[in-house]
Write a protein that binds this ligand. Structure first.
Ligand SMILES: NC(=O)c1ccc[n+]([C@@H]2O[C@H](COP(=O)([O-])OP(=O)(O)OC[C@H]3O[C@@H](n4cnc5c(N)ncnc54)[C@H](OP(=O)(O)O)[C@@H]3O)[C@@H](O)[C@H]2O)c1
Length: 219
């Protein structure tokens, strides 16, 4: 058992209540590693949890923090992947806003030396989301075309980069001021404020190839 401080949401809502409390964290169970947390995030999902609107979320009090970067402090029984002191990252979903956290070793990844830890902790949620969509849902292959709604957002830019790495041609919707930057990154952006996007492009693709309206379209 170790003493630690953590943030808890005690009341959900638009004016949710937060408190910092001191508590005990049990030693990591078999298959878990305990980390000293260095960085965590406040993602859109954390904000929705504080409102009480995130799907299937825990009841209050809960500790937010959807991802963490930290150092391995204790290896639970059977854990051999990391040494104490190794710097690692994990999509934790809860409990990142704490000094210590126990996590399943199988979900923890090493942070390579020299990586800036703030961008590292920030990209986990957006880029894992994008990776799952591309590789586990849409199964994108080289030479395919994809259309990304919200191309200029956190997940959108990750989809753009990972999609291009996979050899796909990436189209998408973004506001006009973001187009120059997106073009430099190799995308073909469309202005979502123009009705022509719905009628000419999205409509043509949907009707011509029988596609349904989803956030990520395989063309
Ligand atoms: N972040 C995650 O890991 C994650 C995980 C699961 C699900 N999601 C969901 O994925 C969506 C995007 O998340 P995000 O984190 O990438 O959000 P974000 O960074 O806030 O980006 C929002 C995007 O939506 C675009 N947008 C705004 N109004 C639009 C409109 N009327 N038509 C088309 N596009 C519009 C924005 O374009 P401009 O900035 O150019 O205006 C921007 O590209 C959200 O619905 C979120 O709940 C996110």
């Amino acid at each position: 058992m170790s003493k630690m401080k953590k943030v808890v949401i005690t009341e959900f809502g638009d004016e949710s209540k937060l408190a910092t409390v001191e508590g005990d964290l049990p030693d990591p169970a078999a298959g878990e590693v305990q980390l000293s947390v260095e960085y965590s995030i406040v993602s859109g999902s954390d904000v929705n949890m504080s409102r009480g609107t995130y799907p299937f979320q825990k009841e209050a009090p809960l500790t937010p923090g959807y991802s963490v970067v930290g150092k391995v402090r204790v290896n639970g029984k059977g854990c051999t992947k990391f040494k104490v002191g190794d710097r690692v990252a994990c999509l934790s979903k809860y409990d990142g806003h704490a000094e210590l956290i126990n996590l399943p070793e199988r979900f923890v990844v090493r942070v390579p030396d020299g990586v800036d830890l703030k961008p590292a902790v920030s990209l986990l949620l957006d880029w894992l989301t994008a990776y799952q969509m591309l590789h586990h849902a849409a199964h994108i292959k080289s030479g395919q075309k994809i259309f990304v709604h919200g191309l200029s957002g956190g997940v959108g830019v990750a989809l753009l980069s990972l999609g291009r790495t996979q050899g796909a041609q990436v189209f998408g919707a973004a506001s006009l001021p973001k187009h120059e930057e997106l073009c430099k990154l190799g995308a073909v952006p469309f202005d979502y404020s123009k009705r022509e996007l719905d009628h000419r492009h999205a409509g043509t693709w949907r009707n011509g190839r029988g596609l349904r309206s989803t956030r990520l379209r395989k063309l």
